[in-house]
Write a protein that binds this ligand. Structure first.
Ligand SMILES: NC(=O)c1ccc[n+]([C@@H]2O[C@H](COP(=O)([O-])OP(=O)(O)OC[C@H]3O[C@@H](n4cnc5c(N)ncnc54)[C@H](O)[C@@H]3O)[C@@H](O)[C@H]2O)c1
Ligand SMILES: [Zn+2]
Length: 382
């Protein structure tokens, strides 16, 4: 499945979620483009509409355009990778431009960017002519290891994140690791917090592998980046195989996200998503411990992986009551009726073992315990 020749990487997988499957490749080095051209040619597109992240280095976009143009007419549209620009208005503008350039049902939307632009491109592809083909060329580690391993495509409403969207699978994901060379180290560390989540919540048997691989300077050889992506494919397909809409067993992917989202929101986006999720996992681990699901060594295991990744393990400048207030508002699940003075959480009954309450992954946790969980990340460990 994987070979390593110098710095070159060849990983070819088929990602399978129930009846849906798509090819997922990892490459590095110049030959990646040649192979990508060959693969794209076989898709027989009459046109490529590239939605490119405006934050990408110009040479990268120009290179992609040159290669795609050698196969079919190619138009490049740009989108800003900011949550404020991740709206239906942006998708509407892109759709108008796309149709104006002569796109048809035989055209392919290509998302060239991180998870944010990938979601915008994904929604565009899902809506255009009621759904045309989508190819992801991810340029962040998060997009390579997380968002392109999801069928969810969405944009934000005025009220909150990812409120407007649909499910639309790509026909191809091509991960060109060279793209990551210009990515900020914080983006790599932040993405790796989701990998830490996958290990703690889904594949704890990979704990030692990940602990050995992680390094605080975020400088990874291609082989290690490929291992991380492979690990995430294994973990995500394990829980999404029977639940590609992420509403039952795949809810475990939301581990750490309740307090995490509150911290992210409270910092007005200044805290990277992955770092907020890391803190949210620590809070969830403490709650799981209070409920008898985890023990102190499991909780320490959370902290160790985050430390090795150079991710924060204490929330600075955050008030407990503010976080609790935002957690109370986090009603996006709505899968189980709300009990007074409780908040919905995804918790663990052991590493890799979700806590099941009344047949659901959602546990209604008394606010006293939620407070204890939040308090545990507001100071250094004791
Ligand atoms: N569909 C899903 O299931 C799913 C899952 C996880 C995340 N997401 C979404 O993904 C988004 C986060 O994605 P992300 O972490 O990739 O961040 P991002 O897309 O916001 O990109 C982060 C920053 O890196 C820049 N960038 C991207 N590639 C670069 C490169 N190669 N070199 C230099 N700079 C580069 C971008 O311009 C941006 O400033 C969120 O909007 C989130 O909602 C979706
Ligand atoms: Zn996340």
């Amino acid at each position: 499945m994987e070979t390593r020749l110098g710095d070159a990487i060849t990983v070819d997988r088929e990602v399978q979620f129930g009846e849906i499957s798509y090819p997922f490749h990892i490459r590095a080095g110049r030959s990646s483009w040649t192979e990508l051209r060959r693969t794209l040619t076989m898709l027989d597109a009459d046109r490529f509409v590239v939605v490119a992240d405006s934050g990408l280095p110009e040479h990268l976009v120009a290179e992609a355009k040159a290669h795609l143009s050698s196969i079919a007419p190619t138009v490049v549209l740009t989108a800003d990778a900011t949550e404020r620009a991740k709206t239906l208005a942006t998708v509407d503008w892109l759709a108008e431009q796309t149709i104006r350039t002569g796109a048809t049902r035989q055209s392919i939307v290509v998302g060239l960017g991180g998870g944010l632009v990938g979601n915008v491109a994904g929604l565009l592809a899902g809506l255009l002519f009621r759904g045309i083909r989508l190819v992801h060329l991810p340029t962040t580690l998060l997009a390579m290891s997380d968002s392109t391993l999801s069928l969810k495509q969405g944009v934000n409403s005025q009220q909150g994140k990812n409120h407007i969207g649909l499910f639309h699978p790509p026909v191809l994901v091509w991960n060109h690791l060279d793209f990551l060379e210009t990515l900020a180290p914080e983006e790599i560390r932040s993405a790796l917090c989701e990998t830490v989540k996958n290990v703690l919540a889904i594949v704890p048997e990979r704990y030692d592998d990940l602990a050995r691989l992680l390094r605080t300077d975020a400088r990874y050889p291609n082989a290690n980046l490929a291992s991380v992506i492979n690990l995430c494919i294994d973990a995500k397909t394990a829980v999404m195989a029977e639940d590609h809409r992420e509403k039952q067993s795949a809810l475990i992917l939301e581990y750490g996200h309740t307090v995490g989202h509150a911290i992210e929101l409270q910092s007005d986006g200044a805290t990277h998503h992955g770092f907020a999720i890391g803190l949210g996992m620590l809070a969830a681990a403490r709650m799981s411990r209070e409920l008898g699901g985890l023990d102190s060594s499991d909780e320490a295991a959370h902290r160790e992986l985050l430390d090795r990744n150079g991710a924060p393990t204490a929330a600075i400048g955050v008030a407990a009551e503010d976080v609790l207030g935002l957690v109370r508002l986090d009603n996006k699940r709505g899968y189980v009726p709300r009990r007074a003075s409780t908040c919905d959480f995804i918790l663990l009954d052991g590493l890799g073992r979700p806590r099941i309450s009344d047949g659901s992954l959602i546990t209604q946790v008394d606010e006293e315990i939620v407070r204890a969980g939040i308090a545990s990340i507001l100071s250094e460990p004791h």
